[in-house]
Ligand binder design. Structure first.
Ligand SMILES: [Zn+2]
Ligand SMILES: [Zn+2]
Length: 445
């Protein structure tokens, strides 16, 4: 740590504390105005207005709704502080928007308030730092309408607002919003009852496999033998999938969640259409590939058994997350004095996914979890109840981490970059992502 770091952090903390009530109020305001992925217009506008008021010049409309602004210091590495704009579709949540069903059941509103607060603090000291900061509000961390995305797979690419990927950070990477960024930090609210702070957790990657079965309708009472029951094909596929669960190697951490939908035809008729949609999660890209192939194989088995046609589409949602340990150390060192050592966890494996996993393939990232929420993520009971813990504390420790990284000739940031070089370039990452998408059609009639 540089000799000047304590003084700079003091200045940052004083500036954040002066606005603490406003930062908490911003988190609460955004929580009550949830918007679905790639449609977070009001949230993005509010964040951009906050930045403009702080004297910054935000760019808006990145990957439809993303916002980016720069805080300039001396020449040196650039650290991104990232927040997520979107809410989750969960219409039964008590704070859901009745029009869209979106609800902040993942606490992303607190991230936007946290980086808004960090910007205010860092504004005081940028002139003394050897590097710059990008504030990036990213759209659509939760994959939205995956069916629409699968069906648009071959659509013309020319429309300027076209989105290729189901998650926002992948789309921002494709559009170049991270080209000038060297490392990224994002603080997510944790689960209710969990640790007050954790860092260095690994997360699964995931893809969606959609198998659509087509059979032939017939009278279900008088002549069912003339039909091909697509719903039965889907249920056979689901049984085949369940039979595979224990065949995945330990360490792949595979999770398979599926839903079967049939057509809306009469009960007296043999169903001619059905779909099995599976969210496949795994700890590594290879593990994800193995699990997705097992799902495709199960879908083929269902079609074969019944003599149906099946279209199998695989769409990558998230890459697995491994954060950079040296960057996690810097964040932990700054959270520690605020939060207390006995409430800190480190290095768990979580079955969930985040598109910070995508960023982690092209730059060092840290993805700590904060406190302040109650209930389980993605449940109707999830809600931020302590905006200081969810937004103000992350503002303080993220800004403090930036001071450590970019102070003293940015020695700490350069050390992180040397210790955790990115596994892929952005073009290599995009090729990996696109290479995992598949389409297969089988006629087992
Ligand atoms: Zn979520
Ligand atoms: Zn989330």
């Amino acid at each position: 740590m540089s000799g000047a770091a304590p003084r700079l952090k003091e200045a940052v903390h004083t500036a954040v504390e002066r606005r603490a009530e406003e930062i908490a109020a911003l988190s609460d305001e955004l929580m009550r105005r949830p918007e679905p992925g790639y449609a977070e217009h009001a949230t993005a506008e509010r964040f951009a207005a906050w930045l403009a008021e702080a004297g910054l010049r935000p760019r808006t409309g990145l990957a439809r709704t993303g916002v980016k602004a720069l805080l300039h210091g001396g020449a040196g590495p650039r650290v991104a502080l990232v927040g997520e704009l979107d809410a989750l579709t969960l219409p039964e949540h008590p704070l859901a928007d009745p029009a869209t069903g979106a609800a902040h059941a993942c606490g992303h509103h607190a991230q936007i308030a946290a980086i808004a607060g960090a910007a205010v603090g860092l504004g005081e000291v940028m002139a003394e730092l050897d590097g710059s900061v990008a504030l990036i509000a990213a759209p659509a961390e939760e994959p939205g309408d995956v069916d629409a995305m699968l069906d648009a797979g071959d659509a013309p690419a020319e429309r300027p607002d076209r989105v290729e990927f189901p998650v926002g950070k992948a789309e921002l990477l494709r559009q170049g919003a991270f080209d000038d960024v060297d490392m990224a930090l994002l603080a997510h609210t944790g689960r209710g009852g969990g640790p007050r702070f954790s860092v260095g957790d690994t997360l699964n990657g995931s893809c969606v496999v959609r198998a659509r079965f087509t059979g032939r309708s017939a009278h279900a009472g008088s002549s069912p033998w003339l039909g091909v029951n697509a719903l039965k094909a889907a249920t056979v596929a689901a049984h085949a999938l369940d039979a595979r669960r224990e065949t995945f190697p330990d360490g792949d951490d595979v999770r398979l969640n599926y839903r079967i939908t049939g057509d809306a035809g009469a009960l007296g008729s043999v169903p001619s259409a059905a779909a099995l949609r599976t969210m496949v999660r795994a700890r590594s890209v290879d593990g994800l590939g193995r699990a997705a192939e097992a799902v495709a194989r199960a879908a083929r088995a269902g079609a074969l058994a019944l003599g149906a046609r099946v279209e199998i589409d695989t769409l990558l949602a998230y890459l697995p997350l491994d954060s950079a340990p040296e960057l996690d150390d810097v964040v932990a060192r700054n959270a520690h004095p605020l939060i207390g050592a006995d409430t800190i966890a480190r290095g768990r494996h979580l079955g969930a996914c985040t598109d910070m996993g995508d960023l982690a393939h092209v730059m060092p990232v840290s993805h700590p979890y904060s406190g302040g929420a109650e209930g389980d993520h993605h449940s109707t009971g999830y809600r931020v109840v302590d905006h200081r813990a969810a937004a103000v504390e992350p503002a303080l420790y993220l800004a403090g981490a930036v001071v450590d990284l970019l102070g003293d000739g940015a020695r700490e940031a350069r050390r992180v970059l040397r210790a955790s070089p990115p596994p892929l370039s952005i073009p290599q990452y995009l090729a990996l992502r696109r290479g995992m998408n598949r389409r297969e059609i089988r006629e087992e009639t």
